[in-house]
Design a protein around this ligand. Structure first.
Ligand code: SHN
Ligand code: NAI
Length: 221
């Protein structure tokens, strides 16, 4: 069955990762970065995971898997290098809402796509199991196209959108302004500044549409 692309809120949810190797480490990083409470169950950890445990970013249960380890888990990531153990975890996970089977991803109901983050911007790639290497290559291409400048730009778009939603502009003017923000080169800081000034004025009920949406950002002050 095909998987549904979704964004999901996991803050403070309990995630248990079985295994402490390379794959476990990648999944731990993704989950921690969005606020999940991560526990690793594994007799050994990679050095990176070890550092994360020392910094209290993850809880580490230094042991082999037992079914009680996943009691109350919202997410289980099955990531040991032992197929029999992975099978036992799978059999014990019937009541867990979200299960990622890293060795046989089609089995679980959760997959982690290749992804890049630029502040609020998230881009995810999946080939539906056809080729993780193609996902990796596309991820590299996207990393180059959407460079780190996008962090500030997307923050700027977010701020503008909040102002626009609260402003007294007509709905046509709102649409026009939102469109302009992505069509013209608003990565330019001077253009950003004049747009923000105009939007702040709109919010404060300033000069009664002395500037129209079309003009915003087009004039220098
Ligand atoms: C479902 C998914 C995730 C999930 O587990 O939920 C998944 C699943 C599986 N990957 C496997 C193997 C490999 N994965 C990689 C690499 C990456 N895999 C990634 C994503 C995903 N891999 C998700 C969807 C991908 C999609 O559908 O396109 C990347 C893009 C991102 C990331 O991992 O963060 C990351 C890029 C590197 C980076 O950018 O860091 C390499 C290549 C390498 O390492 O060079 C190999 C070996 C070569 C090969 O097998 O092709 C296996 C078989 C395991 C086995 O044979 O035991 C499974 C299980 C299965 O296919 O069932
Ligand atoms: N989804 C993906 O992107 C990929 C998935 N895989 C799959 O992910 C799995 C793990 O791969 P790696 O992280 O590379 O393995 P690894 O060999 O680096 O780590 C395996 C970990 O499992 C732990 N472990 C072994 N027995 C255990 C037990 N009884 N209880 C708890 N922990 C136990 C080990 O201590 C070790 O920390 C494999 O099944 C592999 O097929 C591999 C590559 C990519």
């Amino acid at each position: 069955m095909a998987f549904t692309p979704l964004m999901i809120q996991l803050e403070d949810r309990k995630a248990v990762i079985i295994g402490g190797g390379k794959v476990a480490c990648k999944r731990a990083r993704t989950l921690i970065d969005t606020g999940a409470q991560v526990t690793i169950v594994s007799p050994h950890l990679t050095s990176e995971l070890h550092a994360m445990a020392e910094n209290a970013e993850v809880d580490w249960k230094k042991k082999t898997f037992q079914p009680k380890d996943i009691k109350d888990a919202y997410i289980v990531v099955i990531a040991t290098n032992n197929e029999l153990v992975n099978e036992q975890v799978w059999q014990s996970s019937a009541k867990v809402p979200l299960v990622n089977v890293t060795g046989q991803a089609e089995r679980g109901n959760l997959q982690f796509p290749g992804h890049i983050k630029r502040g609020r911007l998230s881009i995810a790639v999946s080939t539906g199991g056809a080729s993780p290497k193609l996902s990796a290559r596309m991820k590299e291409e996207l990393e180059q196209k959407y460079n780190h400048d996008y962090e500030d730009y997307v923050d700027f778009l977010y701020t503008c959108r909040q102002y626009i939603k609260r402003s007294r502009l007509s709905s046509e003017e709102k649409q026009e302004t939102l469109k302009k923000l992505v069509e013209e080169d608003y990565m330019d800081e001077t253009k950003q500044t004049s747009m923000l000034e105009w939007l702040k004025q709109e919010e404060e009920g300033g000069d009664d549409h002395e500037w129209t949406a079309r003009e915003a950002g087009g004039r220098s002050r």
